[in-house]
Ligand binder design. Sequence first.
Ligand SMILES: [Mg+2]
Ligand SMILES: [Zn+2]
Length: 191
Amino acid sequence: MKRPAVFMDRDGTINEQMGYINHLSRFVILPGVPEAIRLLNENNFLAIIVSNQSGVARDYFPIELVDDVHASLKASLKEKRAMIDGIFFCPHYPRGVLPEYCYECDCRKPKTGLILQACEAFDIDMSNSYMVGDRYTDMELAHRSNLKGIMVKTGYGQGDIKYILPNKSLKPVNIAKDLLDAVRWILGREN
Ligand SMILES: [Mg+2]
Ligand SMILES: [Zn+2]
């Protein structure tokens, strides 16, 4: 049975934008996020994170840290009875440092590889799915993947909305205060 998904960017959407999350101490979950994820769980939406983590290719932090951060996120959400269904991230960057991660991959957003990986792992009803993120590039990803894009004002959101979005032809279907606001809007629209 196909299920719709809400794809979510990570840094600036799920957790506070602090530049590279090169230590667990810099991973701070934004207010309302556990409730937002729980609402998705309760309303038959897959909750899926898609994230660029080029700090791996740049050798700023080991790939194991990314897994540690995600384990910590899942544990914190579990305490609030919320669950992420899948996390897909791109560790690559063409001009990085570690040769194994330094190439033009097909998964660095706004390329669509992470969404395609999610589609392999889950039976997703893409026509009723959304992409939520704080960067204009997340809206580009939404467009390329035929997802409805929603921009949040957390993270880089306010800046990208003010200085980048006006010059672009691609527009989000909604601009939300934060992830919880975005999810409430989605659920209001679907019902
Ligand atoms: Mg972001
Ligand atoms: Zn990649």
